[in-house]
Design a protein around this ligand. Structure first.
Ligand code: CAA
Length: 284
């Protein structure tokens, strides 16, 4: 099945990143969010990213204009009715995703595949919110989407082989490599990555080191491209907390308990780069 019209729900950093790579691959993209302002913000983020690529001579001005022309605003979910494939990249909240999938399955054609970019919530449960769980799949992109090569593919209990093949073909068309994970909390990447980030936050909480030292330690001592606290700031501390809560609840092991300091930062509104401040300061 050839994908020509892609719907994206959520114009935040993940949704905008997915829209950018899809439009760059020649696919027309319809972007939805809860307000026109958020959609416009997402599109403006993409055009800025394209301008950077032009200034680095990675793409031409014509390429950038072509890509931008394939980005369309979808102010209502109903504007995604004609999509061949929808990727949901909304906030990491289960009640929200269940509501969106219920609505999307009613709005779109019965053949439209509904993928979630969830980083940890059960695909089987999301599929159960629809009348066609065989067409529901996890398609988990990594942040920053234009740079990171991986897409995790997660099949729910009844996701069909055809749905999987179409999703993998789409991911490959976007230049990504797929890794397959069972539908268990956190899948592969976050099951391993998030406890490491949470442990780094415990190291800060217990006063083992300052944020700079924790990050320098892991960057230069373990060859990570960026330190775990800087990575938490990039991902968003609210997202990190939501994932730790899914791991803790879903696996029932106390080793996944979110660090109290992470919760406190989220409560205070320090969510990382997107709010200008997290474990590091980005000039609020
Ligand atoms: N969008 C587009 N391009 C970007 C970008 C962005 N947001 N951020 C960086 N880049 C590009 C830069 O333009 C640069 O491109 P060129 O080499 O062509 O000039 C390249 O990426 C490298 O960037 P920088 O030189 O600025 O900095 P860097 O070398 O430190 O790389 C990084 C930045 C790619 C983010 C790197 O630090 C990195 O790989 N960090 C780890 C990221 C990671 O682990 N992501 C996964 C998070 S987990 C997740 O997403 C799953 C989840 O569910 C939470």
């Amino acid at each position: 099945m050839e994908i020509n019209k892609l719907g994206i729900v959520g114009a935040g950093q993940m949704g905008a990143g997915i829209a950018q790579v899809a439009a760059s691959a020649g696919i027309d993209v319809w972007i939805n969010d809860i307000s026109d302002e958020l959609i416009a913000k997402g599109i403006s983020k993409i055009t800025k990213s394209l301008e950077k690529l032009v200034s680095k001579k990675k793409i031409t001005k014509d390429d950038a204009e072509g890509i931008a022309s394939r980005l369309h605003k979808a102010p209502g979910l109903g504007d995604l009715a004609e999509a061949d494939f929808v990727v949901e990249a909304a906030t990491e909240r289960e009640d929200l995703k269940l509501m969106l999938f219920d609505k999307l399955s009613k709005i779109t054609d019965d053949n439209t595949i509904l993928a979630s970019n969830t980083s940890s919530i059960s695909i089987t449960r999301i599929g159960s919110a629809t009348q066609r769980p065989d067409k529901v799949i996890g398609m988990h992109f990594m942040n920053p989407v234009p740079v990171m090569k991986l897409v995790e593919i997660i099949r729910g209990l009844t996701t069909s082989e055809a749905t999987t093949q179409t999703t993998v073909a789409l991911a490959e068309r976007l230049g990504k490599t797929c890794a397959y994970s069972k539908d268990l909390p956190g899948f592969i990447v976050n099951r391993i990555l998030m406890p490491m980030i949470n442990e780094a936050i415990y190291a800060l909480y217990e006063g083992i080191g300052k944020p700079e030292d924790i990050d320098t330690g892991m960057k230069l001592g373990a060859n990570q491209p960026m330190g775990p606290l800087a990575l938490a700031d990039l991902i968003g501390l609210d997202t990190c907390l939501a994932i730790m809560e899914v791991l803790h609840r879903g696996l029932g092991d106390s080793k996944y308990r979110p660090c109290p300091l992470l919760r406190q930062y989220v409560d205070s509104g320090r969510l990382g780069r997107k709010t200008g401040r997290g474990f590091h300061n980005y000039g609020e």
